[in-house]
Design a protein around this ligand. Structure first.
Ligand code: MG
Length: 249
């Protein structure tokens, strides 16, 4: 017959009566303040920005941008869209940002030519350091960590959701800025979620370091930084952008 062992602690717990925990009421786990700020959403039909967004391009001019070298941004603004001028280099926002939500729409020319990376290549650099690739990947294969929606030379996109050349693609990018340790390495890496045409390409993806064309990502401490749009030097026609806005978080 097996012995039943009851510890002295258990014996005491069984004998002594303690007060019961107070019953929860619904209101005890609900709070009402502070109420989130009211934001009027953008109008889908007219492609307007939410009421609290900083408009980076509304179809009229590039006054929110420079050429990154102290001069004005000189890409071609026409009919409410801005098109890369391959002779004018990148464009860079005047304002610098930490964490943010970024919306932009981009279109590859219908008559685009070229293949792999030499076909509608551009890119959006987060804090001027980390590139989310823009490329015409419609029926155009390339190295997967250089595809549309890749963290360039790091992480491929989950899927390929490209629209045909001539049609508009929509990027919604949610970015969390890094925090650095005193020794200059990441305490918290930068993270990014990328949605193209309503489909998730990057789901809170850890960014390893800066975007390098040759070699591995580097880790170097930095503060806020601008958004940079890339003028890629390939011979294919420049792509266009419209309806760009950002919401710092
Ligand atoms: Mg690129």
């Amino acid at each position: 017959m097996a012995a039943v062992i009851i510890s002295m602690t258990n014996v005491n717990a069984q004998q002594k009566e303690y007060p019961k925990q107070e019953p929860m009421k619904p209101g005890m786990s609900e709070y009402w303040t502070p109420q989130p700020k009211v934001v009027t959403p953008g109008d889908i039909k007219t492609n307007t920005a939410p009421s609290d967004a900083i408009v980076l391009f509304d179809g009229k001019d590039l006054s929110a941008w420079t050429n990154g070298q102290g001069g004005p941004a000189e890409w071609i603004v026409k009919n409410g869209i801005v098109t890369v001028d391959k002779t004018k280099g990148d464009i860079v926002t005047k304002q610098e940002f930490g964490s943010f939500q970024l919306h932009l729409e981009w279109c590859v020319p219908a008559d685009i030519e070229g293949e792999s990376q030499a076909r509608g290549n551009s890119g959006v650099f987060l804090q001027d350091k980390y590139e989310v690739q823009i490329l015409d990947c419609y029926n155009n294969e390339t190295y997967v960590n250089g595809m549309t929606g890749s963290i360039y030379k790091q992480t491929p996109p989950l899927v390929n959701v490209m629209r045909k050349p001539g049609e508009w693609n929509v990027y919604d990018i949610i970015y969390t800025a890094p925090i650095f340790k005193e020794d200059g390495t990441y305490l918290y890496h930068p993270y990014v979620t990328v949605i193209q045409n309503g489909v998730v390409l990057q789901n809170h993806t850890e960014i390893w370091g800066t975007t390098e064309y040759i070699g591995w990502p580097r880790v170097a401490p930095h503060g806020n930084g601008p958004i940079r749009l890339q003028m890629h030097g390939d011979p294919s026609k420049g792509i266009s952008f419209r309806n760009m806005w950002i919401r710092p978080m």
